[in-house]
Design a protein around this ligand. Structure first.
Ligand code: TXA
Ligand code: MG
Length: 344
């Protein structure tokens, strides 16, 4: 049976101890972070981490990120960072940032899928921080969604998906950032972004002076391709409804309207506040991402909007795209996957 605790206003000490004891005994807890909810287990326990893969239906070669509470925990689980890695840690942790380092043996092989590296993240959220700090256990936690589905940014969106499949659901309210952390690996002294997130290319460049983007961030990738980060190649963020992405350009609104006109299907549109009045769709078929001038707002609403698509029972959803720069790139990375490469 799944226990649901609400710690949005305060963390109940008794419940906190119950969750920590359970984690020590290979149980699973869904916990909030500032990016998305995570499906957490002890990173020391092969048995518990195997359950994460089962519950999510996750590909066996897709490693998990390990969450820590303070800098000392990094040295416990990974080989010493070099100067550039240290600078990234000091600049972006705690925060929506994951750094790939060489792992130590205490991190179980299930977490890393038998690889030599481990993704490390120090979340900036009081609830998961308290659980890690008080237990002194690093937590392996992928995004809390069944594989291929959009990530979960509030308990209401994911409780049905996980009810009776995990031991605890901890409600911490809405995740304010809304998209997952930026995943970075330093290669030949240059930080390479393997997954774009809230910490952008420009943010990293300001601190280190250089940064590279993986060339695979805006592409559909074949599952047999060799990639730096396995998560890149899998279907993700996808509603069950077939989705099309209207790429951002000056004709975007016309393109959406022409597409709507050409289809006999029952369509809905996911778009921006400013464009709503110009798009030929009834109010109840328009899902609002937020203002196109406020990328933080769009990022925070993104996954709930993608989940809402299926509740409208349409045949097709058309999603308005953004300029692919910085946070816009991170959002477009998710949308291209959500649309499975269908672009208009
Ligand atoms: O914001 C986040 O990062 C959230 C919250 C819960 O912390 N977590 C998250 O985990 O998004 P997940 O498992 O959904 O995505 C982790 C991504 C995957 O694309 C995976 O392939 C990549 O990070 N990754 C993990 N460990 C890696 C490693 N050692 N080398 C390369 N990529 C790695
Ligand atoms: Mg995920």
């Amino acid at each position: 049976m799944t226990q649901i605790y609400n710690w949005e206003k305060n963390i109940d000490e008794f419940e906190l101890n119950t969750v920590i004891n359970a984690i020590k005994n290979d149980k699973l807890a869904i916990l909030p972070t500032e990016t998305v909810y995570g499906l957490a287990a002890s990173a020391f326990s092969d048995k518990a981490c195997k359950k994460i893969f089962e519950v999510k239906g996750r590909a066996q070669d897709n490693p998990l990120i390990v969450h820590i509470a303070n800098k000392n925990m990094i040295y416990d689980i990974a080989e010493a960072p070099n100067e550039i890695e240290e600078k990234l840690i000091d600049s972006f942790m705690p925060g929506p940032f994951t750094l790939i380092l060489n792992k130590k043996d205490c991190i179980c092989n299930t977490v890393t899928c038998f690889g030599k590296t481990v993704g490390i993240r120090m979340p900036n959220n009081k609830i998961i921080h308290e659980v890690i700090k008080k237990s002194n256990i690093p937590l392996a936690a992928p995004s809390a969604n069944i594989s291929t589905r959009p990530s979960g940014t509030c308990i209401e969106d994911i409780k049905d998906e996980f009810y009776n499949k995990v031991d605890f659901l901890i409600d911490g309210g809405k995740c304010n950032i809304g998209i997952e952390s930026t995943v970075v690996k330093v290669v030949d002294n240059i930080p390479v972004i393997l997954r774009p997130g809230f910490i952008t290319e420009d943010d990293i460049k300001k601190v280190i002076g250089c940064v590279k983007l993986s060339d695979k961030l805006l592409k559909k990738i074949d599952v047999n391709e060799n990639v730096e980060s396995p998560g890149m190649k899998y279907k993700h963020y996808s509603p069950n409804t077939k989705c099309y992405l209207a790429k951002n350009d000056i004709n975007q609104i016309n393109k959406v309207n022409d597409f709507l006109f050409s289809k006999n299907d029952n369509c809905c549109v996911v778009g921006f506040t400013e464009d709503k009045e110009y798009i030929n769709i009834p109010d109840n078929k328009f899902i609002c991402l937020g203002s196109k001038n406020n990328l933080e707002e769009i990022s925070s609403n993104l996954f709930s909007c993608l989940r809402k698509i299926d509740t409208l029972n349409c045949d097709i959803a058309i999603i308005e795209g953004l300029n692919e720069k910085n946070l816009g790139l991170s959002i477009m990375n998710r949308l291209i996957k959500a649309c499975d490469g269908n672009i208009i």
